[in-house]
Design a protein around this ligand. Structure first.
Ligand SMILES: C[S@@+](CC[C@H](N)C(=O)[O-])C[C@H]1O[C@@H](n2cnc3c(N)ncnc32)[C@H](O)[C@@H]1O
Length: 261
């Protein structure tokens, strides 16, 4: 191991089986393990690996509190531990750098203050989706957006490609809710998706299992049924291509691709 003062690790989606060996090593080695994980098995595993240093950051969340405010409190706590001279491991579920602001920002701020910091990759929900839905991004490519960003920032998509929308179950809600989010942007999302896809195009609500032996949730519904499909805070929406690619025949021929098997 090197001389890092801050290491940000991911525990995977299904911690038992997906937490990497290097994450385990850093969780054991750190003076302080600050974790942003709500699943009880993952929490127990962290506490077992580092009984004296494990500290949950989940308590910063509160109902209706803006998530950004919570994230800044988590970052402040992380920097405080670093400044006190502790070796800090910050652990988040999934991949710690995928759709995770406090982890990235902690690395940036730690480096700006002269602490050696690095992030280790983990297994994200998208990795699980590729495996469970049998989707290879090499076939047709894959566009991946945060759902609210996709909607409000005019993101463009190519319907001949795969599309993944994250956080569709918290669309338009920037606060924390312990149970059900107010998915207030759903009508506008449907309007935008209808400009690319038929209402009858099949889409998938996907939830990777958190525990060993549990099957993934895979709900295939026609697009028009999406608002009734029971999306939750851990749902990811997958939309397969709805049309073939627009092949540039001349370019394809110039590259000799048509003659290859
Ligand atoms: C704040 S992001 C965290 C992503 C996480 N860092 C990762 O690597 O997967 C939360 C979003 O990730 C996706 N997500 C989280 N858990 C999931 C699960 N078990 N199955 C499918 N998607 C999940 C959902 O789109 C959810 O709204």
């Amino acid at each position: 191991m090197n001389d890092e003062r801050l290491v940000v690790t991911g525990t995977g989606i299904r911690t038992i089986g997906q937490m990497t060996m290097e994450s385990i090593a850093w969780i054991k080695k750190a003076d302080r393990v600050l974790y942003i994980i709500s699943d009880p098995i993952a929490e127990e595993m962290i506490k077992t690996l580092n009984p004296s240093g494990a500290e949950s950051l989940q308590s910063f969340y509160a109902e209706n509190k803006p998530r950004l405010k919570t994230y800044h409190e988590m970052i402040d706590r992380t920097l405080h531990c670093l400044r006190s001279g502790e070796i800090v491991c910050m652990a988040a579920y999934g991949h710690p750098g995928v759709f995770a602001y406090p982890t990235h920002e902690s690395v940036r701020r730690a480096r700006a203050e002269g602490f050696k910091a690095r992030m280790l990759p983990g297994i994200s929900a998208e990795d699980c989706l590729f495996a469970d839905l049998n989707v290879d991004p090499a076939m047709a490519g894959c566009q991946s957006f945060e759902a609210t960003d996709f909607l409000v920032n005019g993101r463009m998509i190519d319907p001949s490609s795969n599309l993944i929308l994250w956080q569709v179950g918290v669309l338009g809600d920037t606060t924390f809710k312990p149970y059900v989010y107010d998915v207030r942007g759903m009508p506008q999302l449907m309007q935008k998706l209808y400009s690319y896809y038929s209402p009858y195009h099949d889409v998938y609500i996907y939830e990777a299992p958190l525990f060993p032996g549990v099957e993934p949730v895979i709900r295939k519904v026609p697009l028009y049924w999406l608002p009734n499909s029971g999306v939750s805070a851990i749902s990811t929406l997958y939309i397969p291509p709805s049309m073939p690619p627009r092949v540039d025949t001349a370019l394809s021929q110039a590259l000799g691709l048509n003659s290859q098997g």
